[in-house]
Design a protein around this ligand. Structure first.
Ligand SMILES: NC(=O)c1ccc[n+]([C@@H]2O[C@H](COP(=O)([O-])OP(=O)(O)OC[C@H]3O[C@@H](n4cnc5c(N)ncnc54)[C@H](O)[C@@H]3O)[C@@H](O)[C@H]2O)c1
Length: 309
C-alpha cells in the first residue's frame, strides 16, 4: 500500500509518517510538502532509520508521483493559535485546502484512492473534499474525533489507574467545540465504566473538560500536537490497509443514521479497505442524542458559509 502525506514536512504529517514507519505495515510512504526542502529532510531522516525498522520505501515526492497512491493523507494546514477555535481557522484553511484538492485532481488519482483528511477544521474540509473530488463518499474520510477519543481513553485510564488499551470510550460529533463524550457505552475490560468506584458526575465532567481542552494545552506547552495524532492517523491507515473493519469515530458524509444528512461528522463507523464500510447507529442517552444534533447543526451552519456555490 502506498500512502502519500500532503503536509508531511509539518509536525502532524512527519509524526504520522514516523508512526507508519514504526508499525511497518504500509509498503511506501511519500512525503509531499509545499516546502520541498523540509519534505526531503523528513523523508531522508525517516529513510535512514529503515534498516533498523521495516522494509518500506520512504521518499519525498510531488503530485505526479502521488497519482498512484492508495491513500492521500492531508495534514497540510495552518496551525491553530492557542486561543483560536478550530472553526476560526476555517477561512485561513479552506483556500489552502482547495488548492491541494486542485493539485491532486490535476495530477490524477486512482478511482479507488482514499482521501483521509486531518487538516482543520477537519469535518468541514472532509465535506469539501467529497464535493470537490467527485469520489464516492465512502472513499473520503476525516480523522474526526479519533484523537479526542484516544485522549479521552488515555486520560480516563490515567485518572483511574487502569490500563489505557482496556478503556473503551468514545467522543463523537464535531472535532471541535461541540464534541461530546459517550458515557452510555464506556467500558473498562468490558465492565461498565460508570459503575467504577470514583466515576462520579464530577469526575466525568472533569475528565471530559480535560480532554476537550487537551489540544489547546498541548499547543500552549509545545507548539502543536504531534505524537498522539500521528498514532491515530496510523491506526486509521492500518485499519484500511488490513481491511480490519474496526468501528472508529472517523468523520464521513452522513447518509441518514441518527437523522443526519449532508454533514461530515463523527459517528461510530466501520472502516475497511474501501474506506467507510458502514455508519452504525447505536442507542444513545437522550442528552448524547441532543449533543450530536447540536454538533451537526453547528457544522451545518459553517458548511453553509463555505460550501462551493
Ligand atoms: N484532526 C486532528 O485531530 C488534528 C490534530 C492536530 C492538528 N491538526 C491539523 O493539522 C494541520 C497541520 O498541523 P501541524 O501542526 O502539522 O502544522 P505545521 O505547520 O507543523 O505543518 C503544516 C505543513 O503543511 C505544509 N503546507 C502548507 N501549505 C501547503 C500546501 N498548500 N501544500 C502542501 N503542504 C503545505 C507546510 O509547509 C507545513 O510543513 C493543521 O490544520 C492542524 O490544525 C488536526
Amino acid at each position: 500500500m502506498k500512502v502519500t502525506i500532503i503536509g508531511g514536512g509539518g509536525r502532524v504529517g512527519s509524526n504520522a509518517a514516523y508512526a507508519l514507519q514504526c508499525f511497518g505495515i504500509v509498503a511506501e510512504i511519500q512525503i509531499l510538502d509545499a516546502n520541498p526542502d523540509v519534505a526531503e529532510g523528513e523523508a531522508l531522516d525517516l529513510m535512514h532509520g529503515a534498516s533498523a525498522c521495516a522494509d518500506q520505501r520512504i521518499y519525498a515526492g510531488d503530485y505526479a508521483r502521488a497519482a498512484d497512491s492508495d491513500i492521500f493523507v492531508i495534514t497540510a494546514g495552518l496551525r491553530r493559535k492557542p486561543d483560536e477555535s478550530r472553526l476560526d481557522l476555517i477561512n485561513r484553511n479552506v483556500a489552502l485546502f482547495d488548492g491541494i484538492l486542485s493539485s491532486i485532481k490535476a495530477a490524477g488519482f486512482r478511482k479507488d484512492a482514499l482521501i483521509f483528511v486531518v487538516s482543520n477544521p477537519v469535518d468541514i474540509l472532509t465535506q469539501l473534499a467529497v464535493v470537490r473530488l467527485g469520489l464516492p463518499w465512502k472513499q473520503v474520510l476525516g480523522l474526526g474525533t479519533m484523537l479526542d477519543t484516544a485522549r479521552f481513553r488515555s486520560l480516563i485510564a490515567s485518572s483511574l489507574n487502569l490500563a489505557p488499551t482496556q478503556v473503551k470510550a468514545l467522543i463523537l460529533g464535531e472535532h471541535g467545540d461541540t464534541m461530546f463524550p459517550v458515557w452510555s457505552s464506556a467500558t473498562a475490560a468490558g465492565l461498565p465504566l460508570d459503575k467504577f468506584p470514583g466515576v462520579t458526575p464530577t469526575f466525568q465532567t472533569q475528565v471530559f473538560e480535560r480532554t476537550k481542552t487537551s489540544g489547546a494545552e498541548v499547543i500552549r506547552r509545545k507548539g502543536g500536537a504531534g505524537w498522539a495524532v500521528g498514532m491515530t492517523i496510523a491506526e486509521t491507515v492500518h485499519c484500511i490497509a488490513l481491511d480490519k473493519k474496526q468501528l472508529l469515530p472517523v468523520s464521513s458524509l452522513q447518509q441518514g443514521k441518527y437523522g443526519l444528512r449532508d454533514v461530515c461528522i463523527s459517528v461510530p463507523t466501520i472502516v475497511g479497505r474501501g474506506g467507510v464500510v458502514e455508519q452504525v447507529e447505536i442507542p444513545l442517552w437522550p442528552k448524547e442524542q441532543q449533543a450530536l444534533q447540536a454538533s451537526a447543526r453547528a457544522l451545518g451552519e459553517i458548511w453553509q458559509k463555505v460550501r462551493p456555490k
